[in-house]
Design a protein around this ligand. Structure first.
Ligand SMILES: NC(=O)c1ccc[n+]([C@@H]2O[C@H](COP(=O)([O-])OP(=O)(O)OC[C@H]3O[C@@H](n4cnc5c(N)ncnc54)[C@H](O)[C@@H]3O)[C@@H](O)[C@H]2O)c1
Ligand SMILES: O=C(O)C(=O)C[C@@H](O)[C@H](O)[C@H](O)COP(=O)(O)O
Length: 556
């Protein structure tokens, strides 16, 4: 084997090629590994080697599903042992599980038109069973496959190369150019820094310590975080995450766990006693015991409710939190505050109940709607104001990158925000002191959410609440000179709301009296004495509170 002519960060390997049959993956894998080093691995050949059967034989004897099972197993193995280039079969990505295995890796999509692909595979009769149909020409079948699979190729790929008019050597050279560009980009540096799926682990201390894992493709960590005696898992998730839940369920089932999937209503509708009761019912019917576990997959509403279910079943069983929103990862899933709402207010029933582990798989954020992601940034910025000025600097310098959940900047923000929260919670799980600081903006935010019947996003309300708190501080003569302007400026940099007009001041002030920080009938607010120096201050002056509300936009 000749020496490679190009050096890429070690963490880029194995490179994975995907695309339609006829895209040239097998030949390009050989050419490309010659240029970048390592061996080329053709997954179909590997399957033949392992099974001692041809692909058409496997299809004939085990059917397509049987073939796909072998393919998944072989892919799993190849990703672990190959230091080179892996060419995937054209249909591998139709399986969610296989797409999940590729998350966080460098995947090159070799694009080919169905017409060109048909020309390339002509003369390979017998080798590609899926292309041979009596009712359609090879080109028609390729057109159908293209229509079905293109979105998957796009979903998993890090970069793409058009191949129609190129030879395999030219395609490989084009791949190398693009890989060089990638290694110089922020995304490439993130991949190199994270070791491609290398996972950051943040310890949360206290009486029941646990770890928060942040990374890519972490399904196996969910499994390994469970105690060895665990036999049954109640997998709680919203309907919107059915596919993700199916994939996680497959990983848990592979580990011989019995999985009970339980869906719940979207958003704040999950944090309701009737939903909790339906989970208790499922736990009871399936004989879930003290050594079993709840896995809560979803945003903060799912992890708050799922955590509460675990805290109360048999007086407490394990919960592994698997947050899928930005807000869930940086805040709700971390710290052991679990709970539900009552008609009188937000989070009024709950328990401090540390999870067994938190698995923050950044890949979930790829499907999160932008507005949900943005809302999570409010809690990230809160951590910046409370403790970490680097967060504020990044948001101001690169707001676009922060709004893109696939960037290195965002991964850094998630990690930083978790570290801020982990530090506080390690010290003060039960909110006897310092933990109250994490409530910056929340006194007003919870009042807005209640007044709006929870039809607003929590993070958006927190942004409005932080502006309110800044006005309260200024009116009380507390805080740095630029408190209000800077608070508004940083939040608006990422498009978060900084004013609120929906309700009236009396209603909101009334609702604030349900806040858990109230002592002896006095409202207490988290205010910033300086940047990164929060304090809890009782404010009795009703006129001040009304004026602060008016400054946010509320009618007096
Ligand atoms: N316990 C705590 O310390 C703590 C901290 C902060 C917030 N919270 C709570 O968290 C809740 C808000 O959490 P949230 O903002 O994550 O909202 P959420 O849980 O309501 O999720 C928002 C929406 O996004 C959907 N979704 C989740 N993940 C997705 C994904 N990957 N792709 C596509 N859609 C996805 C959900 O189904 C839901 O419809 C509030 O109830 C708040 O009180 C708790
Ligand atoms: O973890 C905490 O402590 C917080 O206050 C974090 C908040 O961001 C979060 O919204 C929390 O759920 C609020 O708790 P609550 O006790 O004020 O309902």
């Amino acid at each position: 084997m000749s020496a490679p002519t190009h050096s890429l960060p070690e963490e880029f390997f194995p490179l994975v090629l995907v695309g339609l049959p006829g895209a040239g993956k097998t030949t390009v894998a050989r050419e490309l590994s010659r240029l970048v080093g390592g061996a080329g691995c053709d997954l179909d050949s590997e399957i033949k080697r392992r099974t001692r059967m041809t692909i058409p034989e496997i299809f004939r004897t085990r059917g397509e599903e049987g073939f796909r099972d072998i393919e998944t197993e072989t892919l799993h193995h190849a990703l672990a042992v190959t230091r080179g280039v892996i060419a995937l079969g054209g249909g591998a990505l139709e399986r969610r599980r296989n797409r999940d295995l590729l998350r966080g890796r460098v995947v090159i999509y070799l694009q080919v038109s169905p017409e060109q692909a048909a020309k390339r595979v002509a003369g390979e009769k017998g080798a590609r069973p899926l292309l041979e149909r009596e009712d359609a020409s090879v080109e028609q079948v390729l057109l159908e496959l293209f229509a079905r699979r293109e979105r998957y190729y796009t979903e998993v790929s890090t970069l793409s190369v058009r191949t129609d008019s190129l030879t395999p050597a030219e395609i490989a050279a084009r791949c190398v150019d693009k890989l060089d560009d990638l290694s110089r980009s922020a995304e490439g540096r993130r991949i190199a820094a994270s070791g491609m799926g290398a996972t950051v682990r943040i310890r949360v201390g206290g009486e029941a310590p646990y770890r928060v894992s942040v990374g890519h493709g972490l399904a196996s960590e969910v499994v390994s975080s469970l105690r060895p005696e665990t036999r049954r898992v109640l997998l709680i998730h919203p309907e919107a995450l059915r596919e993700e839940a199916e994939s996680l369920r497959a990983s848990l089932s592979d580990a011989r766990l019995s999985v009970i999937s339980h869906t719940h209503p979207e958003g704040e509708g999950a944090k309701d006693i009737a939903v909790v009761a339906s989970c208790w019912d499922a736990l009871g019917r399936h004989h879930v015991t003290r050594r079993d576990a709840v896995v809560a997959l979803g945003g903060g509403a799912s992890t708050d409710m799922g955590g509460f279910v675990a805290a109360t079943w048999m007086r407490g069983i394990d919960v592994v939190q698997v947050p899928t929103t930005t807000l869930g990862m940086v805040d709700a899933a971390v710290g052991g505050k679990t709970g539900i709402n009552t008609p009188q207010g937000k989070n009024l029933v709950g328990a401090f109940y540390p999870p067994r582990a938190v698995i923050a798989d950044l890949d979930y954020l790829r499907t999160l709607p932008l507005d949900e992601h943005r809302s999570g940034l409010a809690e990230v910025i809160k951590c910046g104001f409370l403790a970490d000025p680097a967060i504020v600097r990044t948001v101001k310098a690169a707001p676009e990158a922060c709004l893109d959940p696939t960037t290195a900047e965002l991964a850094d923000l998630v990690e930083r925000a978790i570290r801020v929260k982990a530090d506080v919670v390690t010290d003060d799980l039960k909110e006897a002191g310092r933990r109250e600081h994490l409530n910056l903006g929340h006194t007003f935010a919870h009042a807005i959410e209640w007044a709006e019947d929870y039809r607003v996003r929590h993070g958006d309300a927190v942004a409005q609440g932080m502006v309110y708190a800044a006005h309260v501080a200024r009116l009380a003569g507390i805080g740095p000179d630029n408190l209000v302007e800077e608070t508004i400026g940083v939040l608006e940099a990422v498009g978060l709301p900084t004013s609120y007009r929906g309700s009236d001041a009396d209603t909101l002030i009334g609702a604030m009296f349900s806040d858990k920080k109230v002592r002896s009938d006095r409202l207490r607010f988290v205010l910033l004495r300086e940047w990164q120096r929060p304090d809890v201050v009782a404010i009795d002056d009703r006129d001040l509170l009304i004026e602060a509300a008016r400054r946010v936009g509320v009618r007096a």
